[in-house]
Every structure is written in C-alpha cells, then in structure tokens.
Design a protein around this ligand. Structure first.
Ligand code: AMP
Length: 356
C-alpha cells in the first residue's frame, strides 16, 4: 500500500473527526508502539485544538497465552469529563481493544470513541463499535508505517504484506502418551516454531476457572473429546495470537475430520497450509504404562486410571485415526516409530522435517 494511499486515509480520518470535535478540545490517545506514525501524521492533519497522550499495552506470548494483555503505560490523569478518541494503528481480533475499553472504564470520560487506521473486518470479534476506520484490509499480516514484524519494519513509509509461503506448519499425530508434547517442545526450538497443544490450553483454562475451562472439564475428566465447535474456535484464537510466527506445531489438533477440514480452511484463508502430519507410533500397552507413570507426577485427572486411558484410545481409534487417510490423500502423512529414547525419536522426526 503506497504512502499516498495511507496519507489520503489519514487525512480523511482527520477531516471526519474534526467535523465531530472541532468545537471542543478532544484528547487523542495513541496506542503504542504501532500507532506512533499514524498519530503523528494524524495530528498534522488535524487543524483544531486538541491534546495527545499515549498508552502502551503488551500481549503475553507463549504457552499460557490466553489473550491476557498487560498494561505498560497507563492512562494519564485529568481526562475526566473529556472526549477521548483512541487512535489505533490496526484492529484485528479485538483483544487489545477489549483491554483498552477496560482501561478507560472507570475514568468518567464524556465520550469514548475508537479510530483505527487499518481494520480487519473478517476477524474482528465485533464486541465494540469502531467509530472511525481508515482502510479495511483482508486478514493478512502487514508490516510498515509503525507496524512491525519481529520489531523490524516500523520505519517504512508504505505497508507491505508478509510473504508467508516460507512458513512451516506441522501436525504431530499419535495416541495419548505417544510423546507429541515432549517432542514438540524440542522441535519448536530447533525449527523456531510456535507449539500449540490443545490439551495444554484446555488444562490452563480449567486451572484458571475460565468459561472455556468449565465447558471442557467434564469431557476431559472422562477421557472424551471436547466438542469440535469449542476446540476449533479455541485453536483459531491461539493461531491469531501469534501473527508473526515462522510456523506452528499443532499437538493434539486436529483430532476429528471436522477439525482437520476446519484447520485446512482456516489456514488457507491466511495463505498458510499444513506442510506435514507426522504420526508417532507406539503399542497401546506401552502407552498405558507411560500414561499411568505420567499421571503419578502430573496429577492429570485423565491419566489416573486405565479405563479412562482406554477410553481415550477408543476416541482416537474412532475419530482421530481416519485422519491418516485424510492427510495421506494430500500426500502429507508420515509415520515415525515412537518407541525409543527421546533423542532418538527427535532424530527420526527431524529426518522427516528436513526432507520436506
Ligand atoms: P491431550 O493433552 O492432547 O492428551 O488432551 C487432553 C484432553 O483434552 C483430551 O482427552 C480431550 O478431552 C481434550 N482435547 C485436547 N485436544 C482436543 C481436540 N483437538 N479435540 C477435542 N478434545 C481435545
């Protein structure tokens, strides 16, 4: 997107907002870091009295990432009774926005409006009305004009779409206890990938008593699968939280054909794809003893007795095993012997990945 297109959008927004606020002195609030360029150009175009201040928020990354946004720079005082207009560089899922609204919820401002230069309408959760929009864009990762890719690119005057064809996305496949989690933790370091384990995300939510956790708990305790609808939307959310990932390792997802189809469609909509599905294979009896052993240390409810474990195998045989054919039809299925020591198995997996 050219500099001229961006500047035209900024100018238009300034004009629109001035139309509504020229008779008072509004407070513009930039959201750091991404909005610094937008705020600067916007103010140069806004030809009436106004004030400006900034807030800074940051999302936690990694395993426990559940969209918790941390406040690094808080709202300045003296905004009571004032009209506040948030200036965002981009609104995508709406997670940061939710935190912003929360931040201002007790400030007794006269009016609270949201303006965003870029807006991804396809993935926005729609929770709040967005009052002023510069340019609607598709759900692609963009860089430039204040927006970064791993902190780089903020200084470009234009906006570019990140080329994601070099991404590598892997599905680790296998019965409970096959070693998917252990291997994923190693592989993510070697290949610089983000590890998403649906089981880990569920357990995190159960531990923290979230709505999602409450919903999933009874299924997990019994060794049943959580309904597709819940799992698929959670997975999408986890992917959206890592827009600058070099690739993902999906561990424990997909587990049903509906999940596999949803994953394909979702990735395709983001110019991404599953590059390979690798199964870790091991006998049921080996797995049962591994899980019972793990259960002693972890206390996991579903690792405590053999009946529940066998039920998880049954769920796997009925619902997950057919995915072999699904991925084989796409020539993306690989199997690896999952018996042996951890290092040895990592080598087998790496051999498959390196050959991709
Ligand atoms: P895991 O840690 O992968 O063994 O998952 C533990 C439990 O979480 C499973 O037995 C299911 O109840 C639930 N779960 C994890 N991933 C999925 C999924 N993709 N679909 C449905 N349920 C899941």
């Amino acid at each position: 997107m050219s500099e001229a297109d961006i500047q035209a959008a900024v100018k238009q927004m300034a004009k629109e907002i001035a139309n509504d606020y020229k008779d008072e002195v509004p407070v513009f609030v930039g959201v750091l870091n991404g909005s610094f360029m937008f705020v600067s150009d916007f103010l140069k175009e806004y030809q009436y009295p106004c004030e400006v201040t900034f807030v800074k928020l940051s999302s936690y990354q990694g395993l426990t990432s559940t969209g918790i946004v941390e406040t690094l720079l808080d709202v300045s005082e003296n905004i009571e009774g004032r009209s506040v207009i948030i200036l965002e560089d981009i609104i995508d899922t709406g997670r940061t926005l939710q935190q912003l609204v929360h931040l201002f919820s007790n400030t007794n401002v006269k009016e609270f409006k949201i303006a965003s230069l870029f807006y991804k309408s396809e993935i926005y959760n729609g929770e709040y009305n967005i009052d002023y929009v510069g340019i609607e864009i598709p759900n692609s990762f963009i860089v430039g004009y204040g927006l970064d890719y791993m902190e780089l690119g903020r200084n470009m005057k234009e906006v570019y779409q990140l080329n994601q064809t070099t991404m590598m996305n892997l599905v680790l496949f296998g019965k409970p206890g096959a070693g998917k989690g252990t291997q994923a933790e190693i592989l993510k370091e070697t290949y610089n990938l983000v590890h998403i384990s649906t089981g880990v995300v569920f357990r995190y939510n159960i531990k923290n008593g979230t709505e999602l956790g409450k919903l999933a708990k009874s299924y997990i305790d019994n060794g049943d699968l959580v309904p597709d609808e819940v799992t698929i939307s959670m997975l999408k959310d986890e992917v959206e939280k890592n827009p600058d990932a070099a690739g993902f390792i999906f561990d424990g997802f997909p587990r049903t054909t509906a999940q596999a189809e949803a994953l394909d469609n979702f990735l395709e909509s983001k110019d991404m794809q599953v590059n390979a599905t690798i199964a870790l294979e091991a006998d049921d009896d080996v797995l049962v003893s591994r899980l019972l052993e793990r259960g002693k240390e972890s206390g996991r409810s579903d690792d405590q007795d053999e009946d529940k474990i066998r039920n998880r195998f049954e769920e796997y045989n009925q619902k997950t095993a057919p995915l072999r054919d699904y991925y084989a039809a796409q020539e993306k299925f690989h199997a690896v012997n999952g018996i042996g020591d951890i290092e040895e198995i990592t080598k087998r997996l790496s051999a498959v990945i390196d050959a991709l």
